[in-house]
Ligand binder design. Structure first.
Ligand code: PRP
Ligand code: MN
Ligand code: MG
Length: 182
């Protein structure tokens, strides 16, 4: 699996240092509050687990499952809700946690889904932001790193549902796509 990676963009230590900084910022910003961490399956799981352990607050944890890439390298353009939240967010301070915001479609879909459910506030924490990929306008409140317009894998980010379990983030060798994109 490691042999499929052309170059590493963020190693495990850089990732964990940045996660701790974001958690400290959220802990500080939500003093006296009990945020609901809404993690977006599947990609955001690794980041969510690391982040929530470092947030020093009463925090709820819930999940939504949405998908638009279906394993490939390009957004299908249609976002589907595969699984809704387990708990009500009415009267709650919600933090949507994503691994990456690229075209922005997933996040826009989620904002539209969750707005109108009576949350006190909704903010977005994404570990990676790819501003050059943006096709619809969305706001991000907490960002780990801005990344270049390249297809990345690792730390939750997948290609055909693989590579999520890499502890670092890197760029796949082109032959990996070429082998499969026919
Ligand atoms: C990926 C990623 C984000 C979304 C970002 O999810 O985890 O949720 O795409 O892309 P966008 O800004 O262009 O919408 P994906 O649909 O691949 O599902 P997954 O998390 O299960 O891999
Ligand atoms: Mn996702
Ligand atoms: Mg994916």
């Amino acid at each position: 699996m490691n042999n499929d990676i052309e170059r590493i963009l963020f190693d495990e230590e850089q990732i964990q240092t940045r996660v701790a900084e974001l958690a400290a910022q959220i802990t500080n910003d939500y003093q006296g509050k009990r945020p609901v961490i809404v993690s977006v399956l599947t990609g955001a799981v690794l980041f969510t687990v690391d982040l929530i352990k470092k947030i020093d607050l009463y925090a709820e944890m819930d999940f939504v499952d949405v998908s638009s890439y279906y394993g490939g390298t390009a957004s299908s353009g249609t976002v589907k809700l595969l699984h809704d939240l387990k708990h009500s967010i009415a009267g709650k301070d919600v933090i949507i946690v994503e691994d990456i915001v690229d075209t922005g479609r997933t996040l826009k879909f989620l904002m539209e889904l969750l707005e109108g459910r009576g949350a006190t506030s909704i903010k977005v924490c994404t570990f990676f932001d790819k501003p050059a990929g943006r096709e619809v306008e969305v706001a991000t409140d907490y960002v780990g790193f801005d990344v270049p317009h390249e297809f990345l894998v690792g730390y939750g980010l997948d290609y055909e549902n693989y590579y999520r379990n890499l502890p670092y983030v890197g760029v796949l060798k082109p032959e990996v796509y070429q082998k499969n994109d026919d």
